[in-house]
Ligand binder design. Structure first.
Ligand code: 5AD
Ligand code: SF4
Length: 489
């Protein structure tokens, strides 16, 4: 490798969910701790990281397409190093090195913390693939526990749980992310306190199934004599309790009471595990945002049973009604899969009905994608006709957009509190902010407002995907001190 005075630069392409985005921040933190600086563009970077997702086939295809393009770039600049990390790396393992000889490092979901060490190793010994079958140490388990280069300095993700113990028949996540492991309660509070001291005012708690947070902490501790270490893991207040475990509701209440944290978000709760105490914690702690992402997946009981979701449409709607009754002005979003193997027109009509009844603020809708190794991928003889699925997908969008627009129109004339995110993507003269319900508000401002600023805006117009407004008042400017905090845990 050529030695120059310039520090080597890096770029990261992230595919998929917020977990992956958080893992990318962590890889960025490791690379910066190794002396690298952020590149101006992916193409000019010395080290390029592809942090992959495998949840649906189009994420796979997109990644392999991008990776293919970097082959030519690497031929022109043999100094360039390529790392492939994330869920697809975990799933495809040796296939990546076999398909793409220009990759230097393949690293899985359980050993992300090894990315830079592996890069050094590949410089000595050539391309390397290292995949662990499960998390082997604490450092490896939680992305928040390592050096992190946060993309936004006033908002941070906090992983409270990794893995998933559910068995949704379509889902590859349990296979690539492993069993559910909760991060110790005490550690989470310390992390959020530190983030607040750094100027973070919004946190998002991340987990595949946040409502089951703490379940594994209990079973690990139940038979032990309580010690101070146990107190840190489950939280001292629950040790002598009959329950002897923290619940997600306890965590929500505790983090929302930390000074300086104005907004607490979380994703995602599984409908079967949404408890009354979580609703109560959302309702009684004003900094917990009134937004529930509540993945429906299907409105047909038959399909829900095939998917092993653990609830019926009726039960789902009951829980939703309880959440809406308990939490004032709650925004609700969801995930829905269209064209699950065996889905009939009647099943789909149930999905349309439940979607209409749920009156979502927005929905992520997906066409079923068979993932090798999942139960649903084996139901080949029941795969739906792609033309019928495309038609259903469009019909579903109409129903979702109808309720989204109605929800948004109803906000016209109200004054909403927003946190400024920066110039809007389409028009740099327009700023964008986000309400506690997670809605984007575009507005003009005659003065620049720093990202992270708390302000109010009068809502003047609405579309299915965003609101428009006018700035009313700046409530408080952002407290963060550094542009990009590099913190070590
Ligand atoms: N096909 C289509 N959508 C899927 N999802 C997960 N697995 C699949 C699949 N095989 C969707 C679910 C989940 C969201 C994150 O991705 O709706 O909630
Ligand atoms: Fe996948 Fe179901 Fe777990 Fe969500 S709850 S990650 S859909 S298995």
């Amino acid at each position: 490798m050529a030695v120059t005075d310039q520090p080597r630069s890096y770029a990261i392409r992230t595919y998929g969910c917020q977990m992956n985005e958080h893992d990318s921040e962590r890889i960025a933190g490791l690379l910066e701790a190794d002396g690298l600086v952020l590149a101006d563009s992916d193409e000019s970077a010395d080290v390029v990281v592809f942090n992959t997702c495998c949840i649906r086939e189009n994420a796979d295809n997109k990644f392999y397409g991008h990776l293919g393009r970097f082959k030519t770039l690497k031929e022109e600049r043999p100094d360039m190093e390529i790392i492939v990390s994330g869920c697809l790396a975990q799933k495809d393992r040796d296939q990546i090195a076999a398909r793409a000889g220009h990759v230097d490092v393949v690293v899985g979901t359980h050993n992300v913390h090894r990315a830079v060490e592996l890069l050094h190793e590949s410089r000595r010994n050539g391309p390397i693939t290292e995949i662990w079958d499960e998390a082997l140490d604490d450092e490896a388990t939680f992305p928040s526990a390592l050096a992190v280069r946060r993309e936004v300095d006033w908002s941070a993700w906090v992983t409270i749980q990794v893995g998933c113990d559910n068995t949704c028949a379509y889902c590859i996540v349990p296979a690539v992310r492993g069993r559910e492991i909760s991060r110790p309660f005490g550690e989470l509070l310390t992390e959020v306190e530190r983030l607040s001291a750094d100027g973070v005012r919004e946190i998002t708690l991340l987990g595949q199934n946040v409502n089951s947070y703490g379940r594994d902490l209990t079973s690990a501790r139940r038979s032990l004599e309580p010690s101070s270490e146990d107190a840190a893991i489950v939280g001292a207040q629950w040790l002598d309790d009959r329950r002897a475990r923290p619940l997600f509701a306890d965590l929500l209440a505790a983090v929302s009471n930390i000074d300086g944290i104005d907004r607490v978000r979380f994703t995602s709760p599984h409908p079967k595990d949404l408890r009354e105490d979580t609703i109560a914690a959302m309702a009684s702690n004003p900094s917990v945002c009134p937004h529930l992402h509540f993945p429906l997946q299907s409105g047909s009981d038959r399909v829900l049973a095939l998917m092993h979701r653990g609830y019926t449409a009726e039960r789902y709607l009951e829980k939703l009604a309880a959440a809406r009754a308990g939490i004032e002005d709650l925004a609700v979003t969801t995930d829905i899969i269209v064209g699950y193997p065996g889905e009939t027109e009647e099943d789909f009509e149930r999905t349309l009905e439940v979607t209409a009844a749920a009156e979502y603020d927005s929905a992520y809708t997906f066409i079923f994608s068979p993932r090798e190794g999942t139960e649903a991928a084996d139901m080949v003889d029941q795969f739906c006709d792609p033309a019928a699925v495309a038609d259903r997908f469009d019909r579903l969008r109409v129903v979702v957009e109808r309720s989204a627009l109605a929800k948004h129109m109803a906000r016209i004339g109200r004054t909403e509190t927003i946190i400024v995110e920066g110039p809007s993507k389409r028009d740099p003269e327009v700023l964008s902010g986000r309400t506690s319900q997670n809605k984007l508000v575009h507005f003009r401002s005659d003065r620049p407002l720093r990202s992270g600023t708390l302000a109010t805006a009068l809502i003047t117009d609405a579309s299915p995907h965003f609101l428009r407004g006018e700035l009313v008042e700046v409530l408080s400017v952002s407290r963060h001190r550094t542009r990009f905090a590099v913190t070590a845990g």
